[in-house]
Design a protein around this ligand. Structure first.
Ligand SMILES: Cc1cc2nc3c(=O)[nH]c(=O)nc-3n(C[C@H](O)[C@H](O)[C@H](O)COP(=O)(O)O)c2cc1C
Length: 170
């Protein structure tokens, strides 16, 4: 079995979430299962993959283009289980609590088994001028609000579902 964990990220925090998920998949599945971690822009061929976990950072209520493009490619090749996640909400408690509006459509198009919204990380020093202006207008505080336990639990849940599917008779 070969699994793709792929993300679109501007400042690395979504990639960090993907690294944790990939770690839980490796820990929860047999040694011969291969887990590839690639940015959404790097994915040349989906054919080798038996399952895909795709995530995107959320900016101004939307997924990043590279993640949307990969989701469109998954939608036209719906032959494998897909899980989706978004990384965005900032603060304690993290806000906004709503899923990005387009996620429902992406879930339906890819026949995703699930979607999770995870809190993100904000560091003004990493932002460009326009991004800083948005963050100032929204009055959000810097910090790393990612919930490692929630991310690990979801990765373990996906591993459990995949190992069940592997052990079912064909
Ligand atoms: C300009 C800007 C706009 C953002 N807009 C949203 C948003 O609409 N919804 C949200 O949940 N998070 C939003 N965020 C928070 C980011 O999604 C969060 O910082 C995330 O962890 C960034 O992921 P990355 O490091 O992978 O790029 C925004 C952040 C910035 C800098």
């Amino acid at each position: 079995m070969r699994i793709l964990v792929s993300t679109a990220s501007r400042h690395g925090s979504t990639t960090g979430v993907a690294v944790r998920i990939a770690g839980r998949l490796r820990a929860g599945l047999p040694d011969d299962v291969v887990v590839d971690e690639l940015s959404a822009a790097e994915v040349a061929d989906l054919v080798p993959y038996d399952a895909v976990v795709l995530g995107s950072a959320v900016y101004l209520g939307r997924w990043l283009d590279d993640a949307r493009t990969l989701a469109e490619r998954l939608a036209v090749q719906p032959s494998r289980p897909v899980w989706l996640f978004s990384v965005g909400p900032i603060g304690d408690p993290p806000k906004p609590v709503e899923e990005p509006a387009e996620v429902g459509d992406i879930v339906r198009a890819t026949h995703a088994r699930g979607h999770r919204l995870f809190a993100g990380r904000l560091d003004r020093h990493e932002l460009g001028f326009a991004e800083k202006a948005v963050v100032m207008a929204l009055r959000v505080a810097d910090g790393d609000f990612r919930d490692s336990d929630a991310i690990d639990a979801w990765g373990t849940q996906i591993a459990t579902e995949l190992s069940r599917a592997e052990s079912e008779p064909a």
